[in-house]
Design a protein around this ligand. Structure first.
Ligand code: B12
Length: 425
């Protein structure tokens, strides 16, 4: 089948992100024997013409659109990014009568409502490397039912499909570098994204990741990951970004990966996202030896009571320890605070700001207000307080801010930022 894959989000938000998910799907679809074209609209100067041109040239029999972001998760001046995906689908519809299939993190958080809003025909929730080629196989063989396809949504069909998560990640191809390279070539500041693990075992009260990837952690073998990275190095790329939700979980895996990267002799730099709990000096040394230059440390609060409320399983002392170890090993530390969630008070906000300041991080990003996602404890709390009527109305971004803090929180944070160059909202 001729398959056109298009990235639904196109404008830069804060950082230009290459279409990693789409490249994964493109590679898996090619491996299944289809003729695939990938169009990364992040790199397009005139996205509408690019879409129409690609459809005219290629005459696809099916069009896949990746929806990475619903919105930018910012409470003030929110950007509703699904609008872009809707526009992309409209351009596709105008130029082609072929079915349009959605996928991506943004789709997976709210499959039914996104399908309706974006006006597509079908969608695959979560990882698409297995289900998308299977969908194509069934569509190709006329008369084969689409019933029972896991993670699969069809417009107008009310039933919720069963979820399935590929267990053996090594059985899924890593994205072909030639597919991602086009997107990276024009973005000099964009490091090559690498994913080693999927699934998040944590239960943070506000987070949508378990809905996207499930809770059981599945990993590629470190050898496969290092072999893939060295292909990029051979092509002249030196900078990588591990997109794993928590690079250090489980710690034994990270240690093994770091030692294999170091042993490979690749002269590279990279960044990753660390879970702040249980970090020891040896692991951070291994990160540094393997080329890690920057870490995102999403500790979210400096109040023990708030951490407990968010279902975080680390202590403030562990966060401090992590920050100290990173500094000692010359790894830049970027901190993240998430303020205003259930139970937040003026006192806990002050505690968080003071704690963050005491860590002496290289940068700090403060998010004010918590984007309410379905299937989370924050959504349940918001429903109990009458802030939302149900989880269905969460397509359009809604934010939780503890009562009485709304304006005060904004003002306090902005005030705090006025004398700190390396803090942002
Ligand atoms: C790493 C990451 C980042 C990194 C990206 C680094 C890089 N160089 O790539 C950084 C820190 C820069 C970042 C920034 C942002 N991020 Co971010 N990020 C992630 C994270 C943790 C992983 C994304 C990733 O690369 N996954 C790996 C790839 C392989 O997976 P994938 O893209 O989902 O693709 C798979 C499936 O979705 C599916 N699929 C994808 N496309 C298609 C298409 C079809 C047709 C099919 C069938 C299937 C399919 O198959 C793929 C392979 O299995 C996710 C959380 C998550 N677990 O998804 C958040 C996440 C995507 N980010 C999010 C947000 C909000 C942002 C920001 C807006 C934050 C901000 N305020 O700036 C920005 C936006 C940046 C941008 N321009 O898009 C939200 C999006 C939710 C929403 N409300 O829209 C997420 C889901 C986090 C969350 N739980 O809330 N992010």
């Amino acid at each position: 089948m001729r398959v056109l894959l298009v990235s639904g989000n196109r404008e830069d938000i804060q950082i230009r992100v290459p279409a990693l998910g789409l490249a994964c799907i493109a590679t898996a679809t090619e491996r299944a024997g289809h003729d695939v074209r990938m169009l990364d609209l992040m790199a397009a100067t005139d996205p509408q013409s690019s879409v129409i041109q690609a459809i005219e040239d290629f005459n696809p029999q099916i069009i896949g659109v990746s929806v990475r972001n619903i919105d930018d998760q910012r409470m003030s001046g929110t950007r509703f990014l699904l609008e872009q995906a809707r526009e992309t689908v409209a351009w596709c519809r105008k130029a082609s009568g072929s079915p349009i299939v959605l996928g991506g993190a943004g789709f997976s958080i709210l499959p039914g409502p996104v399908l309706d809003y974006v006006d597509a025909d079908m969608g695959v929730q979560g990882e698409g490397e297995v289900v998308f080629p299977e969908l194509l196989r069934r569509l190709e063989e006329a008369g084969v039912s689409l019933n029972g396809l896991p993670n699969f949504y069809e417009r107008g069909r009310a039933s919720t499909p069963r979820r399935s998560f590929p267990k053996d990640l090594d059985a899924l191809p890593l994205p072909d570098p030639s597919l991602l390279a086009a997107a990276l070539a024009g973005a000099h500041d964009a490091p090559v994204p690498v994913q080693t693990r999927r699934g998040c075992p944590l239960s943070c009260s506000y987070c949508s990741t378990p809905t996207i990837e499930g809770k059981s952690v599945r990993r590629r073998s470190p050898e496969t990951v290092v072999a893939w990275m060295s292909r990029w190095v051979e092509e002249g790329f030196r900078d990588f970004y591990f997109v794993d939700n928590t690079f250090n979980l489980p710690p034994s895996y990270s240690a093994s990966l770091c030692s294999k990267i170091a042993a490979s002799g690749m002269d590279i730099s990279w960044r990753c996202i660390l879970f702040p709990g249980g970090i020891d000096g040896r692991l951070i040394e291994m990160l540094a030896q393997a080329g890690c230059k920057e870490v995102s440390l999403g500790f979210e609060s400096g109040s023990t009571r708030m951490l407990n409320g968010m279902k975080k399983s680390y202590t403030l002392q562990e966060v401090r320890n992590a920050a100290d170890l990173l500094r000692r090993n010359h790894i830049r530390a970027m901190g993240f605070l998430l303020l205003g969630g259930p139970g937040e008070t003026r006192e806990s906000v002050r505690e968080s700001l003071a704690f963050a300041e005491s860590l002496d991080l290289d940068s700090l990003k403060i998010t004010i207000g918590v984007r309410i996602y379905p299937h989370t404890e924050v959504a349940l709390q918001a429903a109990r307080e009458g802030l939302i009527t149900g989880e269905q109305d969460l397509l359009f971004p809604r934010f939780y801010v503890a009562k009485g803090l709304e304006n005060w929180l904004q003002e306090t944070v902005l005030n705090c930022l006025s004398n700190k160059d390396n803090w942002t909202v």
